[in-house]
Design a protein around this ligand. Structure first.
Ligand code: EPU
Length: 431
């Protein structure tokens, strides 16, 4: 298994470009199952999660041509015979579940293995199933599989809120099914994430009638078919936020291109409160801005609460925690989306961070320095938090199991090295 060996203490300087969004690309790829013609997606990031989704779609009868040099993926359904998303693939990537809605709507039947547990929490799919049932699907659990059938889905008014607010992939699933349902669907407490709005824009380009995407109420007038289109995936706000944290913790001076600042208000607000300077340079497109980030002084402590969008994203909680370990005072981080998502706390402590956790809240007591140590990546964003910390730590940090990181960041080490970091990818057998 690959590991990163990071020599900390180097100031990041230079220009880096944000890739297309993983979490927008995955449901967009799944939506191809609902279309008749070829769909070409631009700015598809080169990540193992994307490879897994492509593998799954190929099994479900989608022909895929991918050009890694231009980040383009052309897809077309050529065979509707096999409609089962197998456990082998679903267990490696929970986003596989978003094939359920579009496949059910188009084929009248969809089977997907029930996703199991996950390092960041329970992650149930009850809201996905509630939404599809409301559209008239019959749903049974057979041998660990969700088996969904419906002759033609019917529009309905659906409330998608759960104990932790809205659901991103649940909204994507129901939206990608309702576009082909008969009549009107209204999704209340829909997820407002920009990835959902991007999916809606793709579906609209395919011929769907959708209004309100990006707000808590989405209205869909069903159509009988969807055509093929070309669509450019939005830039990845989580990768962008990770790069901002990396620049800040090294007191760097970094220009981040293709930065979706319009989708990052809470992140920018919190980073500015820490003392990070973020200058959008008068960019004309706020979803693809060029921002300059500098951070020249000691960091101020802050409070951060993760929330559904437009609140501070849970997917940046580990990275901002890493930054706050070096703040000049005590910070409070509360996780309101995945209250158990704290596996990185123990690993950061191995690097000299001082933290106390009580339930969904962690007090981060700023220390003067972090020190390099061997640490273990447990999930994608926890790994990103460890990389951010290691960039500023004195000495050498070895991060084992970076395959977690490769799920969501394309060659992160090469891009950070181009900014002056010292990260070596090694093969660490058995780590
Ligand atoms: N929830 C339920 N029932 C459901 C679905 C969700 O109770 O049926 C709960 C979850 O347990 C959680 C909350 O609702 O407490 C929000 O979960 P959500 O469904 O929104 O998460 P998701 O759609 O499965 C996506 C991202 C995650 C990101 C979350 C929250 C993708 C592929 N995944 O997951 O991204 O953390 O939204 O923003 O879009 C990552 O990229 O590292 C990642 C984990």
């Amino acid at each position: 298994m690959d590991a990163f060996v990071i020599e900390g203490g180097r100031r990041l300087k230079g220009t880096v470009r944000v890739a297309g969004s993983k979490n927008a690309a995955l449901p967009a790829m799944a939506a191809v199952l609902a279309a008749e013609g070829p769909v070409t997606l631009l700015d598809v990031p080169n990540l193992s999660d994307i490879d897994n989704m492509a593998r799954l779609l190929a099994e479900l009868g989608v022909k895929i041509e991918r050009d890694l040099t231009t980040s383009t993926m052309k897809m077309q359904v050529v065979d509707e015979g096999l409609s089962t998303a197998r456990y082998d693939i679903v267990r490696t990537m929970r986003a596989s579940i978003c094939v359920l809605g579009p496949m059910l709507a188009k084929r009248g039947k969809a089977v997907a293995s029930m996703p199991g547990g996950c390092a960041i929490g329970d992650r149930p799919i009850d809201l996905h199933l509630r939404g599809l049932r409301a559209l008239g699907a019959e749903i049974n659990l057979e041998g660990g599989n969700v088996v969904a059938t419906a002759k033609r889905l019917r529009g309905a008014r659906i409330f998608l809120g759960g104990p932790f607010g809205s659901t991103v992939l649940g909204t994507a699933n129901v939206l990608s099914a309702a576009v082909l349902a008969e009549g009107t669907t209204v999704i209340e407490q829909a997820a407002c994430e920009p990835e959902v709005a991007d999916l809606a824009n793709l579906l609209i380009a395919m011929g769907a009638h959708i209004s309100g995407a990006g707000t808590p109420r989405i209205t869909i007038e069903g159509v009988s078919k969807l055509r093929g289109v070309e669509h450019r995936i939005i830039a990845d706000r989580i990768e962008a936020g990770t790069l901002l944290c990396a620049a800040a913790i090294t007191n760097g001076d970094v220009t981040v291109e293709n930065c979706p600042i319009d989708a990052m208000a809470a992140v920018i607000d919190r980073l500015e409160a820490v003392g990070v300077n973020i200058d959008p340079n008068g960019s004309s497109d706020p979803m693809r801005a060029t921002v300059n980030v500098t951070c020249a002084r000691r960091l101020d402590p802050i409070t951060v609460t993760t929330q559904p969008h437009p609140g501070f994203p849970t997917d940046l909680q580990a990275q901002i925690m890493a930054l706050l370990t070096l703040a000049d005072g005590n910070s409070i981080i509360t996780e309101k989306v995945f209250p158990e998502r704290f596996l990185h706390v123990a690993e950061l402590s191995r690097m000299g961070a001082e933290m106390y956790r009580q339930g969904p809240t962690v007090m981060v007591i700023g220390v003067k320095k972090l020190v390099g140590a061997p640490v273990m990546a447990s999930d994608l964003r926890a790994s990103a938090g460890l990389v951010v910390a290691a960039l500023a730590a004195r000495g050498t940090t070895t991060i084992n199991r970076v395959y977690h990181l490769d799920r969501g960041y394309d060659k992160l080490e090469q891009r950070l090295n181009a900014l002056g970091a010292s990260i070596e990818r090694i093969n660490a057998p058995g780590a």
